[in-house]
Design a protein around this ligand. Structure first.
Ligand SMILES: NC(=O)c1ccc[n+]([C@@H]2O[C@H](COP(=O)([O-])OP(=O)(O)OC[C@H]3O[C@@H](n4cnc5c(N)ncnc54)[C@H](O)[C@@H]3O)[C@@H](O)[C@H]2O)c1
Length: 336
């Protein structure tokens, strides 16, 4: 099978490219390299293109036809919630136009299988602690989450109009690392933010310890990026099933881990004797956000294999392997 991966040079995309190679599949990547690194996908053909630009649908259709692609996995998108609030129109332009061009290119080339990177951000602040896919209402609270929900609607409409079978995978908190060279150097999520404070000799921060949760800190569902990569392989197989019932799936563990528990795990894994500081709550953080994995477990037979300790340990190993991030553990001191 030949698979086109948009955004394949990014953090999650590169883990999926790696998993596809391990499964013996041929991979073609389109990436504008705005965040991605080509060194992450050695062995795959790379096309450098911005999929949101006018006319990209034609480029995508041409690549799909030339390589006789069987399925597309669409990652290429902007993903920072805060940035999406500051630059909403750019997020719509990038993420919605990108999706549009992928779907148009697939319709023109007659490619019928699509796996789409969606997000728990589509749920906004859900009315339940453990969220099933069919929870109502689904009201994303930022432009990023809105573009992901639009993407699902667009793909659903194209399933009806052009027979494109699609699966939206709604990722929860993706973290950890497979091979260290696939590390995500961005400091955007909790675990890299904790490591980054330690790198600076500063106290890692916990935003709010008075939430209605067992230890007062926010609870999230952490999913190892290698488990997430396997979910994409399972999703492509599922799209071959004529009896398939669903098109949207949570990729989570169903288990909640608090910020405090992650901080304790970081202490254990790094061995660094730090003291964290408690700060004010941040606006818009729901107390709980956990995804029920029941549907993906039953429909695709996919189950997460890794736990929080594996996530923190693999993230730390990748952090330490990067010379720009590396922390000298022997001589480390908290200065602030
Ligand atoms: N990382 C997470 O926690 C998370 C959670 C939920 C959903 N997602 C979604 O998963 C996908 C991948 O996320 P990631 O963490 O790997 O991000 P990333 O930024 O590491 O990877 C995105 C890749 O897409 C490329 N790209 C971006 N816009 C492009 C465009 N217009 N044309 C061509 N290439 C473009 C970038 O260069 C990069 O290589 C995104 O769609 C993101 O919204 C990520």
């Amino acid at each position: 099978m030949t698979v086109l991966v948009t955004g394949g040079c990014g953090y999650i995309g590169a883990h999926v490219v790696h998993a596809l190679h391990e499964a013996g599949e041929e991979v073609i990547v389109i990436d504008d390299l705005s965040y991605g690194k080509p060194t992450r996908i050695e062995g795959s053909r790379l096309y450098g293109a911005d999929i949101s630009a006018p006319g990209s649908d034609k480029i995508i259709a041409q690549i799909l036809e030339e390589h006789q692609v069987d399925a597309v996995i669409h990652f290429a998108a902007r993903k920072q919630v805060g940035e999406s609030v500051a630059k909403p129109l750019w997020y719509y332009q990038q993420n919605v136009n990108g999706m549009l061009n992928v779907l148009q290119g697939m319709a023109d080339a007659g490619v019928k299988k699509l796996v789409f990177s969606s997000s728990a951000a589509t749920y906004g602040v859900p009315p339940v602690d453990v969220v099933p896919e069919d929870v109502v209402p689904m009201v994303p609270i930022n432009p990023y989450g809105q573009t992901k929900l639009f993407g699902e609607w667009m793909a659903r409409a194209c399933e009806q109009a052009f027979g494109i079978r699609f699966c939206a995978l709604r990722y929860f908190n993706v973290a950890g690392c497979g091979p260290v060279e696939l590390e995500d150097p961005a400091i955007l999520n909790l675990i890299p933010m904790l490591f980054d404070r330690l790198k600076q000799g500063k106290a890692p921060a916990i935003f709010g310890d008075d939430y209605p949760t067992p230890d007062g800190t926010c609870v999230r569902d952490y999913i190892h990026v290698s488990d997430l990569a396997d979910a994409h392989i399972a999703a492509i197989k599922y799209l071959g099933n004529d009896e398939r019932e669903y098109d949207a799936f949570n990729v989570g563990t169903g288990e909640g881990t608090s910020v405090r528990q992650i901080v304790d795990e970081v202490k254990k894994v790094t061995g660094l004797p730090f003291t964290e500081e408690i700060r004010e709550r941040r606006a818009g953080d729901p107390p709980h956000l956990i995804g029920s994995p029941k549907r993906i477990n039953e429909a695709m037979g996919w189950h997460a294999k890794y736990g929080v300790e594996d996530i923190v340990r693999s993230g730390w190993e990748a952090w330490q392997a990067n010379p720009e991030h590396h922390i000298d553990v022997e001589n480390w001191k908290q200065t602030d």
